[in-house]
Design a protein around this ligand. Sequence first.
Ligand code: 5GP
Ligand code: ZN
Length: 113
Amino acid sequence: MDCLFCKIINREIPADIVYEDDQVLAFNDIDPKAPTHMLVIPKKHIATLNDITEEDQALVGRLPLTASRLAKDLGFAEDGFRVVMNCNEDGGQTVYHIHMHVMGGRRFTWPAG
Ligand code: 5GP
Ligand code: ZN
């Protein structure tokens, strides 16, 4: 499958991997928007949020669980952090394998930046 993140999962493309288990993988974003900017992805290929099914519920729930655990490990969970999932063109999605951006180490504004 011609999917960048599946290639990272399969070690066909290198990435700075920070966490892995049987269901999810987390690695540093190549173009960080914060002092820490990781992507947490399911190992199962799911193209967009619109493609999630009932049977994916627990797997997708593991994304924020992993985000919070990593934020705790890295020491910015209490100060706070930002998670983002972009869907399709208007949402700003550029890689079509769902991923949760996990950004920490600075203060974010809402709704932008
Ligand atoms: P999206 O725009 O789809 O929500 O986010 C895709 C993210 O993937 C972007 O933040 C982008 O910097 C990151 N990205 C794109 N290509 C690569 C890559 O080859 N390696 C890593 N580690 N991140 C990538
Ligand atoms: Zn994929």
